[in-house]
Design a binder for this molecule. Structure first.
Ligand code: NAD
Length: 443
């Protein structure tokens, strides 16, 4: 059993903290956001993440998991301190490390004995050494000499299946430089280590690079199939069949080969930008990633163009009412960071459309993220309410309930029958058979 503090109780910090407690460790989750900590203390989970509430409740009840706003005392009570704060993009696209630095310095000011400081946040190559320097500087300011190690332990969980991903990872990556730190990390992940989860030990820079390279690769793969889809539309091929056949090739694999409106979320956009920036900084530009970023941005605009073209061409969106179904960047999360729905709603509004939007979990997020177009936007009560009196349905996020719409009912609610399936969920023949005009991506 390890004594652990987790700084930052967002998607990653809360899931990591709760699951590490579930592995038998004693965990204090710390956040500067008082509201968040108060909610957690009263048993409320501030994010939508399937299964997380059970893990949190179980471990709070067992006395293994607690919540605090003050990092200093949590550091003193722990031997391992995880850094799980945000690393949002700075104006130039690089990762903004201000929160990581603040936590590192606070650890340096508070620590009273040996600590392993673990970078769980996604950070540029070289950050672990910076964290070490920031802590060392604070110790020097205090005039004390205390031993500590910094470890890089990138996180690969996916929102929407975060608990399952954390407890059944494809691999655990530990970048460390001392035997002591490596041994302590084995203790932290003992439940997985004993379970024969692939446990990859590397140096610090390698661990940091593994995370960026993995995310950038997936972003490239999505963008690849999106570009193939765009070409399919021109040549009369069906990208669904192309992807299915490609995916059968073991060297390619079927995952992340779904054509759609472009990737979004809290990770791929910012991590591809940050990696491109690292490449430029080191004089080794990553042209493939630079191109991916640009292509993904234009894929979102392309969706707005597709809808406008489908509705009759330039100017045709003026005065139309459009139902946008699904706003979160993917199903099973309320996260709307960089969600394609934002660019699509804004694009439709800019071309004169009125939007009726709905998402099962992201309505609160949408209220402020789409505030810029609130004059052109109404939030619906449910998926069918969103369709009332509309000229087009645009399916942006493939939540389960949106995969199985009652098409009779849909038709009875709409005033014109345009069906834009940006996730290729529906069968063209079935939708057209009901009297809709059907538009997929790459079909
Ligand atoms: P988040 O924004 O949901 O959470 C960050 C939390 O840190 C917030 O609650 C914030 O209040 C808190 N915080 C900020 N400064 C603090 C401080 N000084 N002390 C304590 N708490 C502080 O972010 P997230 O999505 O959990 O991402 C965290 C990191 O993990 C990022 O680097 C991200 O790239 C990485 N990551 C995210 C995912 C994901 O799916 N969200 C997956 C893998 C890796």
């Amino acid at each position: 059993m390890s004594k652990i503090a987790v700084a930052g109780t967002g998607y990653v910090g809360l899931v990591s903290g709760a699951c590490l407690a579930d592995f038998g460790n004693r965990v204090i989750c710390v956040d500067t956001n008082l509201e968040k900590i108060e909610a957690l203390r009263s048993g409320k989970i501030p994010i939508f993440e399937p299964g997380l509430d059970d893990v949190v409740a179980r471990n709070v009840a067992a006395g293994r998991l607690s919540f605090a706003t003050e990092l200093a005392s949590a550091v003193k009570e722990s031997e391992v301190v995880f850094v799980a704060v945000g690393t949002p993009p700075a104006d130039d696209g690089s990762a903004d490390l201000q929160y990581v630095e603040a936590v590192a310095r606070e650890i340096g000011r508070a620590m009273d004995g040996y600590k392993v400081v673990v970078d769980k946040s996604t950070v540029p190559v070289g950050t672990a050494r910076k964290v070490r320097d920031w802590i060392a500087e604070e110790l020097k300011n205090r005039g004390v000499s205390i031993e500590f190690d910094v470890v890089s332990n990138p996180e690969f969980l996916r929102e929407g299946s975060a608990v399952q991903d954390f407890t059944h990872p494809d691999r655990v990556v530990i970048g460390a430089e001392s035997v002591r730190a490596r041994e302590l990390m084995k203790e932290v992940y003992r439940a997985l280590y004993l379970n024969e989860t692939p446990y990859i030990e590397t140096g610090l820079e390698t661990a940091e690079m593994i995370k960026y390279a993995s995310n950038a690769f997936l972003a490239v793969k999505i963008t690849f199939i999106n570009q193939v889809a765009n070409l399919c539309e021109k040549v009369g091929a069906d990208v669904q069949d192309v992807a299915k056949a490609m995916g059968r090739d073991g060297r390619i694999g079927s995952k992340f080969l779904h054509a759609g409106p472009g990737y979004g979320g809290s990770c791929f956009p910012k991590d591809t930008h940050a990696m491109a920036m690292i490449g430029r900084d080191y004089g080794e530009p990553l042209s493939l990633i630079e191109t991916t970023i640009a292509a993904n941005d234009s894929q979102k605009t392309r969706m707005v163009n597709k809808i406008e073209a489908g509705m009759g061409g330039s100017g045709s969106l003026k005065g139309k009412t459009i139902a946008v179904l699904g706003l979160a960047f993917k199903p099973n999360t309320d996260d709307m960071r960089e969600a394609p729905a934002i660019a699509i709603c804004e694009g439709l509004a800019a071309r004169g459309a009125t939007i009726r939007a709905w998402d099962p979990e992201a309505m609160q997020e949408a209220a402020w993220r789409l505030a810029g177009i609130k004059g052109s936007l109404a939030f619906a009560k449910d998926e069918y309410d969103a369709l009332a009196g509309t000229d087009a349905l645009v399916l942006v996020t493939e939540w389960n309930q949106l995969r199985t719409l009652d098409l009779e009912r849909v038709k009875s609610l709409m005033q014109a029958y345009n069906f834009f399936d940006l996730r290729n969920v529906y069968k063209r023949a079935e939708v057209e058979g009901m009297g809709f005009r059907y538009f997929g991506v790459g079909r």
